[in-house]
Design a protein around this ligand. Structure first.
Ligand code: ACM
Ligand code: ZN
Length: 521
């Protein structure tokens, strides 16, 4: 029986003879390039990483795979080895998790002998949060990053612009926030809820963005911003109506839904605007990737088909409809993104032949299964199928076990040459209006996502995962993470809402009651 509960499950973990006792003063010897790993451990041990000696050693080994690590605990001490900083960091994450669980006596923790050799299944292990519909702010985002690091999740996909708000300060286009970050109501109408609260006005300053990105980097998490175009742009068009086809004024949306607001594809001013704006924004996000959305623009295609400028562009290029025009639009914007040294990511709605093969496709819904499959041989894919990984959807519809059961073959990715780069779960925030609501949606399913992304499928067992998860739940309880207790209920899917509904919502209220009941026993 393996003693320590580690999520995601390591790909090799054996019990070994001996043990080692660690106290809060135990020193950590750390290779200079692995300082993040050293800091992560010493923050727990209340020491500082050292370059000369230490009973815990974080050393560089040659020739190990990216992000992989080895961890050995014996009578002689504790050794973490890796070839790259991320591998060393994950070794430190595993050791810190083990130290938390080690037997404690007189301020000392005895770790049983063990050997772990571990590497991720996928190089992309993502979590999306939507700051456009409801705004969380940097402290909540940092706490999400902490939880991600503990689960070896390495990418934050940060949805920062949508119909309901533009959330990043632009010094070149100040109305994007003075107008686009402000809406009439905080809470949305829809799903049986009324508009709630008064004016809602939130955005990140550039300094805050830099702070979050640097914090993420220290935890080996890449930040990929998403600025969704050409649809989902009501907030942008509220600020700059001249960028739409007909220039009419619009208000930042306070409802959930798919709108027909769209940037004009036939107006050169739009491309000039995006060039300047993305130049400014790309400089804030040092990572390699830049997400330009591209989803749910079909109502806007009808507007394009009526717009003289868009029609002229369609004719010039022999394009039959708005959907085809979106291909041209995305390709032009991709050239802008490339100019700033980034690789584009877009949702699968808009990806087709003729798209630059460097564009990564994020698969969320199979509008056209055969088209998705055809593309999957041509470009990298991130898998976020809504039926498994849309965690704003209720536990009734996506129970923990379902998320854990995910295999790419369940969504048409069964061939080895289909290019799966990794997986990502999303937290759309129309109905997630507080940290508690976000956590309720995220935990514990994020742990299942982490294990599906990290651990080889043949090593995964739901029962075993569930047992290890018990330790994490204890940890979450102690650290104030509000995880859902609902996963074991028998659901009548027809009677429960599709979404978590935030502090006013029904499913969320049920969980509050469960929590109160538990605390009173
Ligand atoms: C999406 O859920 N509209 C990507
Ligand atoms: Zn137009």
């Amino acid at each position: 029986m393996l003693k320590y509960n580690i999520v995601p499950k390591p790909n090799r973990y054996t019990k070994e003879p001996g043990s080692y006792t660690v106290s809060s003063g135990t020193q950590v010897l750390c290779a200079k390039e692995f300082l993040d790993a050293g800091n992560y451990l010493t923050a727990y041990l209340k020491t500082k990483p050292r370059e000369d000696e230490g009973a815990i050693k974080i050393k560089k080994a040659e020739g190990m795979a990216a992000e992989s690590y080895r961890l050995r605990v014996s009578n002689e001490g504790i050794l973490i080895e890796a070839s790259d900083p991320s591998g060393a960091f994950y070794g430190a994450v595993t050791l810190r998790t083990i130290l938390m669980q080690a037997k404690k006596q007189n301020g000392k923790a005895t770790v049983e002998g063990l050997f772990i050799e571990d590497a991720p299944l996928y190089k992309y292990r993502g979590v999306q949060i939507d700051d456009a519909r409801h705004f969380f702010g940097k402290d909540i985002v940092k706490r999400v990053l902490d939880s991600m690091a503990m689960l070896k999740l390495n990418t934050l996909h940060w949805h920062l612009s949508d119909d309901q708000g533009f959330r990043v300060e632009s010094k070149l286009f100040p109305e994007l926030t003075s107008v686009g970050a402000k809406r009439k109501y905080a809470g949305f109408e829809g799903c049986g809820l009324e508009h709630r609260g008064g004016e809602y006005f939130h955005y990140y300053t550039q300094e805050e963005i830099r702070e979050v990105v640097a914090y993420a980097a220290s935890l080996h998490i890449d930040v990929i911003p998403e600025f969704d175009i050409p649809g989902h742009t009501t907030a942008i068009l509220a600020a700059y109506p001249q960028l739409s086809c007909f220039g009419e004024s619009v208000e930042v949306a306070c409802e959930n839904g798919i709108f027909d607001t769209i940037l004009c594809a036939g107006n050169d001013e739009v491309y000039a605007f995006l060039d300047t704006l993305f130049g400014e924004l790309c400089a804030l996000f040092p990572g390699k990737y830049f997400h330009i959305g591209g989803d749910e623009a079909s109502k806007g295609h009808k507007v394009w088909e009526k717009c003289p400028k868009c029609r002229a562009l369609m004719e010039e290029n022999g394009l039959k409809d708005g959907k085809a025009l979106q291909g041209l639009f995305m390709s032009r914007v991709n050239e802008i993104v490339k100019k700033y040294g980034k690789t584009t990511i877009a949702w699968n709605d808009c990806i087709g032949d003729g798209f630059d093969e460097s564009i990564i496709c994020q698969f969320w819904h199979p509008f056209n299964r055969s088209a998705v499959r055809a593309q999957s041989y041509k470009r990298d894919f991130i898998l976020s199928p809504d039926a498994f990984f849309y965690l704003d959807i209720s536990y009734a519809n996506i129970p923990l076990k379902k998320t854990y059961s995910f295999k790419p073959s369940k969504v048409g990715f069964s061939k080895p040459n289909q290019r799966v780069r990794g997986i990502e779960c999303t937290h759309w925030s129309e109905w997630l209006d507080s940290e508690q609501a976000l956590q309720f949606a995220m935990f514990p399913r994020i742990a299942a996502v982490a294990e599906v992304a990290w651990t080889k499928p043949e090593l995964r067992r739901y029962k075993d995962f569930h047992k290890r998860l018990d330790w994490l739940k204890t940890y979450w309880r102690k650290t104030g993470v509000y995880y859902s207790r609902l996963e074991k209920r028998k659901w009548n899917v027809k009677r429960v809402p599709l979404y978590h509904l935030g502090a006013d919502g029904k499913e969320f209220r049920i969980s509050e009651q469960l929590r109160a009941a538990k605390e009173n026993t």
